[in-house]
Design a protein around this ligand. Structure first.
Ligand SMILES: Nc1ncnc2c1ncn2[C@@H]1O[C@H](COP(=O)(O)OP(=O)(O)O)[C@@H](O)[C@H]1O
Ligand SMILES: [Mg+2]
Length: 392
């Protein structure tokens, strides 16, 4: 067990016999973070924020990190361990703590902790998992499926909504199907590109340059290029294909980037929406690319509430709630828009586990709307506790 990350202070590891006696205890929350996607470090920083915000009088926190190779380990919850140090993002190490196994059968026993040379011990039942994970293997339905198999409740969208929201192609199909405005696009499947590249180039020509070329399933702007001229198209498609064999190509939309936070209702009613926020990319970034998102914060201005007319605010909030419902989301989502100079509002994308550090847009938009970060975290955990498990 490493000095920095061992599960010191985690005294509530239960043996099976103690299990029943613990029923009057606080609900136990496993905050699961890190993970296999390129957004590993960001997820660790988010976890620190979430763990600090959880009220220890109401919930018991179990921190579980997933290493970049996919190993689940029990970690420490000291916020300092999971902060950005000297400009470097944190990373869950293999020797961070004992390995954790998720059960694949529904016997109510809970998670198992494995330490080399020791008898496996039960961590006890976890009442709810907060998967603070972004991108593939976290936000895309895979971990949600694992938790469903184990009958463990979790924060956020289920398998279908997570998977469909992660895939920019199916996301648009579902949004269009619900009558929501999305920009013009074309999908480049591996077979199209490998056998009919010329036809693909013609379809893209019809969209008109510039275009945005994106891996269908990625995030944080990874693999995305803005292409101004036909001669740069092939390289952009190949770059996107490194991240996903399926590529989506979109006509460029000229407009402001506006975001809106959505939260599932506590009483089964329509989802709540926040005041919209705006992202402005300054400096020499052509668009909101990876560097602007994480490495060159000075080049990005987040403002909330965004300076918009009441009509546009109403439209954005209405479309955000409709997008949430069209995708079948649960818990939370952030819906991102373009608002064009003539006032048209177009959905760019929906994120089922948006950036969630205390400084991220999603919590900031809720602060501005009157819901504090700790209250937001509490609300998400409470919503998750109410979920049905088992047959649906
Ligand atoms: N069709 C488009 N028109 C104009 N800008 C775009 C378009 N698509 C993407 N962008 C720019 O690229 C950024 C990242 O694209 P996005 O689809 O949001 O991918 P990600 O899921 O990686 O955030 C956007 O925030 C925006 O700045
Ligand atoms: Mg985006």
């Amino acid at each position: 067990m490493s000095e920095t990350g061992g599960p010191q202070g985690l005294t509530q590891v239960l043996t099976p016999g103690e299990h029943e006696a613990a029923d009057s205890r606080r609900p136990r929350v496993a905050v699961v973070f890190g993970g296999r996607s390129s957004e590993h470090g960001v997820s660790c920083v988010t976890a620190a924020g979430v763990m600090q915000a959880i009220d220890p009088a109401r919930w018991e926190v179990v921190p579980i990190g997933i290493t970049p190779t996919g190993r689940w380990v029990l970690t420490g919850e000291e916020p300092k361990r999971w902060q950005i140090e000297a400009g470097a993002l944190p990373r869950v190490q293999d020797d961070e703590g004992p390995a954790v196994l998720v059960p694949l059968e529904v016997d109510g026993s809970g998670l198992t902790v494995l330490e080399p040379g020791e008898v496996p011990r039960l961590l006890g039942r976890v009442d709810v998992v907060f998967p603070v994970l972004h991108g593939p293997f976290g936000e895309d339905g895979t971990i949600q499926g694992l938790l469903e198999l184990a009958d463990i409740r979790y924060v956020g969208s289920g398998v279908l909504a997570s998977a469909a929201s992660m895939d920019k192609h199916y996301m648009k199909v579902l949004l269009e199907g619900a009558g929501l405005p999305v920009g013009p696009y074309t999908v480049v499947r591996p077979r199209d590109w490998e056998r009919h590249a010329e036809r693909v180039r013609e379809d893209i020509e019809e969209l008109g340059y510039p275009v945005f070329v994106k891996p269908a399933r990625a995030g944080s702007s990874i693999g995305i290029s803005k292409v101004e001229r036909a001669e740069d198209l092939d390289a952009a498609i190949e770059a996107a294909r490194l991240h996903d064999p399926k590529v989506i190509v979109e006509a460029m939309v000229t407009g402001r980037e506006i975001e809106c936070a959505v939260l599932e209702s506590a009483d089964g009613g329509a989802p709540a929406t926040s005041l919209p926020g705006e992202i402005r990319v300054l400096g020499d970034h052509d668009f909101y690319d990876f560097e602007a998102k994480y490495l060159d914060e000075a080049s990005v201005q987040l403002s909330c509430p965004a300076d918009l007319s009441d009509t546009v605010v109403r439209q954005v909030r209405d479309l955000a709630a409709r997008a949430f419902e069209a995708m079948g989301c649960e818990g939370l989502a952030r819906v991102d828009f373009f608002v064009t100079p003539d006032g048209a509002v177009i959905v760019n994308e929906i994120n089922t586990m948006p950036g969630f550090t205390p400084f991220s847009m999603y919590p900031r938009m809720w602060e501005q709307t009157g819901l504090s970060y700790p209250d937001l975290v509490d609300r998400l955990l409470t919503l998750a506790l109410r979920r049905r498990t088992g047959l649906r």
